[in-house]
Structures are given as C-alpha cells and as structure tokens.
Design a binder for this molecule. Sequence first.
Ligand SMILES: Cc1ncc(C[n+]2csc(CCOP(=O)(O)OP(=O)(O)O)c2C)c(N)n1
Length: 465
Amino acid sequence: MGTHPTTAASEQTGPGSDELRLIDTWWRACNYLSVGMIYLMDNPLLREPLKAEHVKPRLLGHWGASPALSFVWAHLNRVIKRDDLDVIFMAGPGHGAPGVLGPAYLEGTYSEVYPDKSEDAEGMQKFFKQFSFPGHIGSHVTPETPGSIHEGGELGYSLSHAYGAAFDNPELIVACVVGDGEAETGPLATAWHSNKFVNPARDGTVLPILNLNGYKIANPTVLSRISHEELEALFVGYGYKPYFVEGSDHAEMHQKMADTLDTVVAEICAIHDKARAGGEVERPRWPMIVLRTPKGWTGPKTIKGHKVEGSWRSHQVPFSDVRGNPANLELLDSWLRSYKPEELFDADGRLLPELKALAPEGRRRISANPHTNGGILRRELKLPDFRAYAVDVTQAGKVLQENTRPLGEFLRDTMRENMNTFRVFGPDETASNRLQSIYEVSKKIWMADLLLEDEDGGNWRATAG
Ligand SMILES: Cc1ncc(C[n+]2csc(CCOP(=O)(O)OP(=O)(O)O)c2C)c(N)n1
C-alpha cells in the first residue's frame, strides 16, 4: 500500500477549466448511462430513432440520487489520480445504484468482471437491460457491484460501514455519501460520532459527504430545511469541520467541488503528517462536505407544469408509461439526447480516450479497489479452537454459568492472536454483556477524553503508528 503524499504535494493548484470541462463530460456520460439503465433495453446509443420497443416494459430504479453520486465519484477520480490516493466509495443512498454502476462501467471494471457487458454498443445494451430486470441485477448497489461493500437498501448504515472499513487501514480514504433522508435514521444519526474512535496515527479516514438534495421519497428532509448556521453548528458539534458545496450550475459546481476536495485532501494529509510524526496523538477535527444539489440533477426540469428536477418527483422514475405514450417517448428521447451520447462514445460505443483517461488505473480505480472486492484482501484470523471454551454440563440444572462469559474468553484469545486485524466494538455493553475478559488483552480505546475513574481505559493516544 502506498503512502499519502506530503501536505505540500496535495496543495497543488486546482484544475483548469479544460480539465473541469472533461470531468463534466465524464459526468454527462455517467448520467446518460443512469437514464439508459432505468429506461432502455435496446438502441443504447440512440443510433436510430427511439421506439417504444426499445424501452423496458416495467420501469424501476431511483434516478433522484444517481447524479450526485456520480458527480462525487468523478471528482474523487481527479484527486486519486493526482495524489495516487487509495479511495473507496460508500453510497448511503444505495438505491441510486445507476450513479455507481455507471462509473464502474466507464472505468472498465464492470466489463472486466462481467465480460458480456463489454465496452461497446453490444455490451452497453446488455448493461442497460440487466438493470432491475427479472433474473439480473437489483436496483440497489448490490454485492455483485464492483467496488461496493455497502448495499444501501436499508438506509442508515453507510457511515458505520465507512468507519469500519477505515479502522486499521491507515492509507485508506473512505468517501461516504450520506443521503439527507438516510441521515434521519437512528443508526446514521448516531454514526456521526464514530469520528471519536478514529486514531489518525493508525486508522484511515472517513470523508462524509452529506448530499442535501432536499427530499426523501415524497417529503422534504429536516436537514435541508434548517438554516445554514444551524446545520453548520450541528456538524461542528459532532466534531467535524464542514465545507459547503452548494448550487446547480454545472460549471460553478465543478469548480467548487474541485476546490473543496483539494482543501479537504490537504487537510487530511496534514492531520496524518502531524499524528504520524510521533508523540501524543490528538483527536483532529476531520473535514466533511455538505453537498447541496438538486434532486434528479440534469433531469427533466418540469413535466406537465410540475417541477421535477430539484423536487421529490425525481426520486424514482420521473415519468412512466413511455411505451404507450408518444409524448413521453419523445420526452425520454430528448432527455437522453441532452447528454449528447455522440460526443461521449465512439462509433463502436467505446468511451472516448480523453474521457477514459480521467479514471485512475488498475487497482486505484474506485470500482477495482481491493478493499471492496471480496476475497482479494482477505486475511485469515488465527482462531482458537472454540471447543476449548465449552462449559462442561455434567448434570442438567446443576451447573451455574453466565453464557456469554466463555464467549468473552474466546474473543479475548482471538484478539490476543490478531491484535491488528480484529476489533470488538461495544459502545457500552461489553462488560454488562459479560464479555469483559477482552480487557485482559486490550483496554477501551477512543479519542475522546478519558478520566482516571474510567474502568479499563487505555492510554490510546500515545500509540502512534
Ligand atoms: C431504513 C429505511 N427506511 C425507509 C426506506 C425507504 N426509502 C427508500 S429511499 C428513501 C429516501 C431516501 O432519501 P435520501 O437518503 O435523501 O436519498 P435520495 O434523496 O438521494 O434518494 C426511503 C425513505 C429505506 N430504504 N430504509
């Protein structure tokens, strides 16, 4: 695994407008693929006039979340390439799978894993058709998605999964998009506090990116309807340093996102440099991004006089009944053509080389990162024989034993053998659940304050490296 660049290296000047224009074009390709996945089963590059039979008979999927997911991905690629970063992506609104599948396809990983979904017109047709189609893939970021370790179907766990991935992986940056609807769930609301458990000397980084697109399914979200000051204060209170990227104009948003990512990456590097120089490690104020974008960004602005882009109407399929309704067929045709597929893909349906070159290479591609693709980075745990912990029940009803205490002993010995690869996370209940034998080999660790009277508190801060 490589090391982060020094702080100075990531303080290079931001991208020029040509580079941002290319990033915008790559993002356009992602959005084209997203709409194609939701609607099309044939004629993937619109090389012939769109007909009813090219459209799926049953339209499923979530358009609303997708554009912001691929927007973030496109921008991460720039800093990964520039600084050789090790980055994985967590899609909290995993129902927006088109926003993840599209980038994985453009990076070539999808075709490497599934050769029939090749990088040409024939493969793209199969890639579109399979999405949320009987016998094929689901409409969420399901486990077979290259680069995914978070399905996202049950909202609420993206941040916990992100922090879990970052622990003990000092070079890893986990970019975690959190939906503002998802942020209203109990598990997610609590998970912001996971930053108190990250040691910058020995753990990786979670970069939360709250996508404030304003809506859940049919309702506005709480976080999108409170004042800027209140929102900022909330995240400052959670211990973060929030950066705001807000707007809808494409060029302006690309500039803001690129500038913000440059700042954030430089801060992460500075935090690591300081913590890894030796000595006492302090809890840093980790950066996070609040990304306020229209829901269903780049989609139809209005339909029949109703606002669609930037509203709850973008959540799933913005308009159905395409096969039987020529007006809707025309609407779909002009929506798809607004991305100008002829400027994105060559005559064979391959992404143009200057766009292809925007993605990192090999395992640096987010979609091909070994941390996310099952089995590549597997390290076996050294496990003691569980039989050795069995309670000898000589006579029914005669042996008194708390049943989780032997489990605590088993976990203690497992931890002893695997100090850098095995953790037990028990917010409060480790001892009350009778697992406290663990403390014989490892004390409680966190980066928040410790008091003398805390039971089994360890001197965690001194453990740099
Ligand atoms: C725990 C849970 N509750 C409810 C749902 C139903 N649901 C699916 S999508 C969605 C709205 C999600 O909103 P947000 O996280 O903001 O994502 P986006 O607006 O980008 O689609 C809800 C409530 C769910 N998937 N999981």
